[in-house]
Design a protein around this ligand. Structure first.
Ligand SMILES: [Zn+2]
Ligand SMILES: [Zn+2]
Ligand SMILES: [Zn+2]
Ligand SMILES: [Zn+2]
Length: 102
């Protein structure tokens, strides 16, 4: 039936959206750093040149964002541990849920 398949499609789309939302919360710079790279964004490069966090990509900078901006490694043991595994610390870079659903 038409209605039934539409409902199913919405369920699938919702699941996809929820799944992709997880990665977005961790900033581009933190993710690049975890891979041993520097963020390629022009906005981030400029901000880092001024030892600042990127306002565009890091509206709420975490400990790692600030460390990257200062040209350092984050001093948190949990972050250092995650970095060893080329991961982003989930404790300090939690996945944010989109609460702006009006
Ligand atoms: Zn970046
Ligand atoms: Zn940026
Ligand atoms: Zn950190
Ligand atoms: Zn951490």
């Amino acid at each position: 039936m038409k209605t039934r398949s539409t409902t199913h499609l919405i369920t699938v789309l919702a699941a996809l959206l929820l799944g992709s939302g997880v990665a977005v919360a961790q900033s581009c710079c933190v993710k690049a750093k975890a891979q041993g790279k520097s963020c390629e964004h022009a906005c981030c490069k400029q901000a880092h040149g001024e030892r600042k966090t990127c306002q565009k990509c890091q509206a709420e900078p975490g400990c790692c964002d600030k460390a990257i901006a200062a040209g350092k490694d984050c001093s948190h043991p949990c972050c250092a541990e995650a970095a060893k595994e080329k991961k982003v610390c989930a404790k300090c870079n939690p996945k944010k849920e989109d609460k702006k659903k009006s």
